[in-house]
Design a protein around this ligand. Structure first.
Ligand code: NAD
Length: 476
């Protein structure tokens, strides 16, 4: 999906460029670094699908970038832009992403070169099942082998079809439900997965804007409250990011989609649920009450705002538009939205870039929780919630008796309630995103030669993957 951009790098070359920039600052041997960088396995598939009596031959891929930890993990994308270069780039990003957030998987990615909007639900189901069968035949899917998840153009529905196909071909495999994540909750999915990437983006940005020294350098105040946000893409990641920012006091003043963009001249920000509803009814975000239309959607990237969140596709911030970007922070919710040439310009201009390889790791983090749930065959909190409540109730009772003071019922309920699945997932995600930011930030500030957050994130990832290879005895 490289699109028209003026970068001299393909998407995969740009990931390799970031790798080389960071790896040069580490002390690992050339052999070890070249093993970490290389994509271990790729399969390319061609299979037929019958549409209105005619057969179409589809092109599809699955790349497993690294097996330093297994299973491999990564989404499946349905888009006309899918090609081998893109799938390998995305699989590599998954390896580094998992390492950054301490998710014990190797990176993978899959894709089918289709525009899903051109197919009926029945046709999409057949395509998905056929793709899954190809993965099964090649031993490229399984709870201990390679675990797909949703990505651009796919969602819980496709993950259910993958699950059903895998279970059909593997009767009696007790952990079969761990073969794919991002499933509906009713099919052994996990509460909190749908919005996990968007929520992770929020936690990551919240960490970044809490550092007073960094915000002072950008001319911003600390905290999310009042920040002006522009989001590109109102799909899974963009919608949930926008909604969670709005819930936490930020103003989403611009939104860009395929059909055009809108901005809020009052600066108060859109009601994201109402905007989503408007798009569902009219088929477009344009003409949203109170908003001004922008015909050329990509111009929204240049709106005056504090935080720009590209949450659609790769390579949208280029050397051409980077000089005109007014945001102080680019929060990369999408994979690969900034070309290397654009990043140079942004850094030169003092703009902070929160890199994809860290910022959108919330999805894989909660996918990991879902996989753990599937292997343990029990919902998080199911066995502990009541017990926690009983212990906390006794504790509060003892305090009330000893002080002679009663808590208000709502205070009491807040203290005694045990953790439900969604509470546990959200707190695990929050802790993961906070911890990973602190690692990257410390590397940015203290590691010799590191000048930006993306290089810091790659250094953190490379060092962790290298440790794995060394400890496993694969490299001395
Ligand atoms: P999605 O298909 O749900 O949504 C993408 C949205 O972007 C769609 O609404 C589409 O119309 C819009 N879009 C496409 N091209 C556009 C353009 N040129 N301008 C404006 N809008 C455009 O996909 P998603 O799952 O939200 O993924 C978005 C990005 O986030 C991708 O880069 C993906 O790799 C990345 N990502 C997704 C997840 C996840 O959990 N879904 C996790 C990590 C990273």
């Amino acid at each position: 999906m490289s699109g028209t951009n003026n970068s001299k790098f393909t998407f995969n070359q740009s990931v390799q460029y970031y790798f080389d920039k960071a790896s040069a600052l580490t002390e690992h041997s050339e052999g070890l670094l070249s093993q970490i960088k290389a994509c271990n396995s790729v399969i390319r598939m061609r299979f037929p699908v019958k549409v209105k009596g005619e057969y179409h031959t589809l092109e599809a891929y699955r790349a497993q970038h690294s097996h330093h930890k297994t299973p491999c993990k990564g989404g499946i994308r349905y888009s006309e832009g899918v090609d081998q270069d893109e799938v390998i780039a995305l699989a590599s990003l998954m390896t580094y992403k998992c390492a950054i957030v301490d998710v014990p998987f190797g990176g993978a990615k899959g894709g089918i070169k289709i525009n899903p909007k051109k197919y009926t639900t029945g046709q999409l189901q057949r395509i998905t099942r056929r793709y899954t069968t190809e993965l099964i035949k090649k031993n490229f899917i399984g709870p201990a082998i390679d675990v797909p998840a949703p990505d651009y153009g796919t969602g819980a529905r496709e993950m259910s079809w993958i699950l059903d196909t895998f279970v059909t071909f593997n009767p009696g495999m007790i952990d079969a439900y761990g073969c794919v994540t991002g499933k509906p909750v009713t099919q052994s999915g996990i509460r909190g997965r749908v919005e996990a990437t968007g929520r992770g983006v929020f936690f990551g940005v919240r960490e970044a804007v809490s550092v007073a020294e960094d915000m002072k350098a950008l001319g911003l105040t600390t905290g999310i409250e009042g920040k002006r946000i522009v989001v590109q893409g109102l799909g899974n990641v963009g919608f949930h990011s926008a909604k969670i920012f709005q819930e936490n006091g930020a103003h989403v003043i611009g939104v860009a989609e395929y059909e055009g963009a809108i901005y809020d001249p009052t600066g108060k920000g859109f009601d994201i649920d109402a905007l989503f509803e408007h798009r569902t009814h009219t088929g477009s975000i344009l003409n949203f009450p109170g908003a001004k239309n922008i015909e050329n959607s990509s111009e929204a990237l240049e709106l005056d705002c504090d935080i720009l969140i590209p949450a659609a596709i790769e390579r949208v911030i280029t050397a051409e538009n980077a000089p005109r970007i007014k945001a102080k922070i680019i929060a990369e919710a999408a994979n690969g939205p900034t070309t290397p040439e654009a990043e140079e310009i942004l850094l030169e201009r003092g703009i902070m870039v929160l890199p994809d390889v860290y910022l959108n790791a919330g999805g894989v983090t909660v996918s990991y929780f879902e996989w753990l749930k599937n292997l343990s065959h029990v919902r998080f909190g199911r066995m502990s919630k009541r017990h926690e409540e009983m212990v906390q109730r006794r504790f509060v009772d003892a305090i009330e008796q000893n002080t002679g003071k009663k808590l208000r019922p709502e205070e009491r309920n807040l203290i005694i309630q045990g953790g439900s699945e969604v509470d546990i997932v959200r707190s695990g995600l929050e802790d993961t995103m906070m911890g990973a930011y602190q690692d990257i930030h410390a590397t940015w500030k203290t590691y010799n030669g590191v000048r930006d957050l993306r290089t810091a994130a790659f250094v953190v990832a490379i060092n962790k993957v290298a440790t794995s290879y060394i400890e496993l005895g694969i490299f001395p």
